[in-house]
Design a protein around this ligand. Structure first.
Ligand code: NAD
Ligand code: UGA
Length: 466
């Protein structure tokens, strides 16, 4: 079966909706893909002729947008029009942690999911397949079904006529990682499709089969699919907290974290991926998805299971505090009248996303100790850094620079917090010349050449090594 001439609509033009729909459009010329969003600025940016203004930086994304936009890929705020003509609607809206009310700090805030479901209920026509692309608590499909069906009831009452619309729901969580999103979408390890009707599962599967081998498409029931996404992120984050906890033991004992990671990672049962130590995981999802899992465990009375998974987040917070404390200790216990340069503000390399970046909490800790901070990140703009650090620079102790050298000028220390490739090849000799002495480098990604830096004259601290 091949699907032809279907209309796809994606609600949410964010980090998932934008790249995912771009890749679907580029692989399925028979499909029309409309990506809609309530954020007008975001839509304008997606439609900008200046491609440097695309709202998301992802290697390979710009090329796809150049080729597909206006052909079979469209970005707009025409919510009613796009929903009403869609055969398939992907919901790719944000699902952050609730900040107030029941479950605050743990449960997902599903208000954007609910508003999307209500928009679909109102404007959809005929039979529509609704695809959960956002990461959701297990059983959310039940809520979406209730909203879709009850709204149809309301239509019947208000108009006195019966609209012939119907819905089926499919869960198709997204596993892309930022910075490698296009490659992940183009060559996924697997595509997961959960549902309870074969027609819808097959139709969604057909879309992916345009470029994904059928052996990589896994089908499950709805609840397994919803839960698997949370569990996948929990397992990935667990590996990071595990290796980070061991990095501290390495520093105390003289073991080296890279040697340990290699020694354990060559065991094929453990595997070598996701064993890079660092300043703790950031990004919009790991923390929120684990906390959501913890909430679900406790909701179902599984308190010990909840406590087990919460520990992953606790170690992550501890790692960031530990690094801040180490910096302060090595700089003679005080940061007053000291300038520190922060290299890297995004939560990982190759993205401009700063959500939950370890750079935020570490910078705040250092500011609290009285430091003056300069920043350099190849992709994060000044405004974004200021917003993350609470929107103000009232004390004048934050300076965002256009180059690494500028940020390092007069600094006592450099903290490398994001593993941007360009940091490896910086002109470290020149940087050293312009810093105050003794000049420190704190390599929290453990990826710079420490021997070379020490030869230049730097004092170095490397995560997971003596
Ligand atoms: P995002 O905040 O970048 O984008 C969400 C977009 O949805 C926003 O632009 C927002 O304006 C829009 N939106 C919200 N409600 C809307 C509505 N009712 N109608 C139209 N537009 C609406 O979020 P994201 O990073 O793309 O994440 C989306 C979901 O995907 C989350 O559940 C997340 O957990 C999951 N996810 C994210 C990633 C990632 O790498 N960012 C990867 C896999 C899964
Ligand atoms: C992660 C998952 O990898 C994706 O599969 C998932 O779809 C996505 O979350 C999501 O649901 O949002 P992402 O957060 O974009 O993707 O990026 P990762 O590569 O997983 O990195 C997350 C954080 O962990 C980053 O701060 C990164 O620097 C850190 N990390 C990663 C390490 O410290 N060490 C590692 O070995 C790997």
């Amino acid at each position: 079966m091949r699907i032809f001439n279907k209309n796809i609509c994606c609600i949410g033009a964010g980090y998932v909706g934008g790249p995912t729909m771009a890749v679907i459009a580029s692989n399925c010329s028979d499909l029309r893909v409309d990506v809609i969003d309530i954020n007008q600025q975001r839509i304008n940016d997606w439609n900008s002729d200046d491609f440097s203004k695309l709202p998301i930086f992802e290697p390979g994304l710009e090329n796809i947008i150049k080729k597909q936009r206006g052909i079979n890929l469209f970005f707009s705020n025409k919510i009613e029009e796009c929903i009403s003509k869609a055969d398939i609607i992907f919901i790719s809206v944000n699902t952050p942690t609730k900040t107030k009310g029941i479950g605050a700090g743990y449960a997902s805030d599903l208000k954007w999911i609910e508003s999307s479901a209500r928009q679909i209920a109102k404007y959809a026509k005929n039979h529509t397949i609704v695809v959960e692309k956002s990461t959701l608590p297990v059983k959310t499909a039940e809520t979406i079904k209730i909203i879709l069906n009850s709204s149809e009831e309301e239509d019947k009452k208000n108009n006195g006529t019966i609209e012939k619309k119907s819905f089926s729901i499919v869960s198709n969580p997204e596993f892309l990682a930022e910075g490698t999103a296009i490659n992940d979408l183009q060559n996924p390890d697997r595509v997961l499709i959960g549902g309870d009707d074969d027609y819808s599962i097959n139709l969604i599967s057909e879309i992916y089969q345009n470029w994904v081998d059928p052996s990589k498409i896994i089908t499950t029931n709805l609840w397994s699919s919803e839960l698997s996404k949370l569990v996948a992120n929990a397992f990935l984050a667990q590996r990071i907290s595990s290796i980070n906890s061991i990095s501290a033991i390495c520093e105390s004992t003289g073991a080296n974290i890279h040697e340990v990671a290699k020694a354990i990672g060559t065991d094929t049962r453990i595997g070598s991926k996701f064993l890079n130590p660092g300043p703790g995981f950031g990004g919009s999802c790991f923390k929120k998805d684990i906390l959501n899992l913890v909430y679900l465990c406790r909701y179902y009375g599984l308190n010990e299971v909840g406590d087990y998974w919460e520990q992953i987040v606790k170690i992550n917070i501890w790692q960031q505090k530990r690094i801040s404390a180490l910096v302060i200790k090595n700089l003679f216990g005080t940061l007053s009248n000291k300038r520190l340069a922060i290299f890297g503000f995004s939560f990982k390399a190759n993205t401009n996303d700063t959500r939950e970046s370890p750079s935020i909490s570490i910078s705040k800790n250092l500011l609290q100790e009285g430091a003056e901070l300069t920043f350099y990140d190849p992709k994060v703009c000044e405004q974004q850094i200021l917003i993350e650090l609470n929107g103000t620079n009232s004390e004048g102790n934050i300076l965002v620079c256009k180059s690494a050298l500028k940020a390092a000028e007069g600094a006592d220390a450099i903290l490398v917090l994001t593993e941007w490739d360009e940091f490896i090849n910086l002109d470290w000799k020149s940087i050293y010349k312009y810093m105050r002495k003794p000049s420190w480098i704190f390599d929290t990604r453990s990826f710079l050449n420490g021997d070379e830096l020490r030869t230049i004259g730097f004092k170095t601290w490397t995560l997971g090594a003596l």
